[in-house]
Ligand binder design. Sequence first.
Ligand code: LMR
Length: 331
Amino acid sequence: MKRFIALAFSVLALGSFTVHAQQPIVIKFSHVVAENTPKGKGALKFKEFAEERTKGRVKVEVYPNSALFKDGEEMEALQLGSVQMLAPSLAKFGPLGVREFEVFDLPYVFDNYDELHKVTDGPVGAGLFRKLEGKGITGLAYWDNGFKVMSANKPIHVPADYKGLKMRIQSSKVLGDQMKALGSIPQVMAFSEVYQALQTGVVDGTENPPSNFYTQKMQEVQKYLALTDHGYLGYAVIANKKFWEGLPSDVRTTLQGAMKDATRFANDIAKKENDDALEAVRKSGKTQILTLTAAQKAEMKKALVSVHKENEARVGKDTLAEVYKETGFKP
Ligand code: LMR
């Protein structure tokens, strides 16, 4: 009898071990944009690499388009561990208390992706990730989207054209000051609510790179898109710190490699994704694309660069000086 009971226990133990051994580590990766965007494709590429290279020990569940959590919910969900990874816009860290990220929102501070990468890949990028640690967040990578255009339902060429317009922005004081510098009225709003707000007139216009404009079908509710290229929009890929540090070290190392390669992929496609999206908007014939003259661009820049000095204390004088040094920006 004793032998039978011992055998029964060992079979149960083996069974539970087998079941346990088959349960993958699940990473819920939530974001707020469409799948056919730089961030959407980057998240799927990370999933592919992570699952392939861990041989199934890790399962990545990607939730695009605010399907799991939307703006205003996702950061807390990450801190609580309800989701393990996010890739929020760099303009969305102010409410978390890390307002220095808004240095990336300063109008015209970057002329191109190369200048941007000198900042994200250098001491400023690393320093900003260090500031997240105290919030229970680990910074994993910086992903590109692109340079923003402005849109509205009236022609917009110079600052005077923006006067009184209600303009949707992300949750960033720098972006609020940017819109006020144009005489418009900034309205912070979750990305998932923008289309309907434009459709119903709750807001008159907005800003985003073309990839977001097109994949959210804003060409259906915006008559004009101005090629301002007045600022940059990119992302920080972040993880719940407790989860990330709790991973088996070999799994974490493999995931770091997957993230590195997914970052290269996402950044390599970002410019083309935006160029293709702009062409698709043009072909739709639903939104008139406005090219600004050199004089109009100069007038926009003159109106907007005042935002730098206004926010020097907010983003940090040292951070700003470092960004100016890396980019060669002359205030
Ligand atoms: C926005 O809210 O406009 C963007 O942050 C959306 C995104 O994540 O690209």
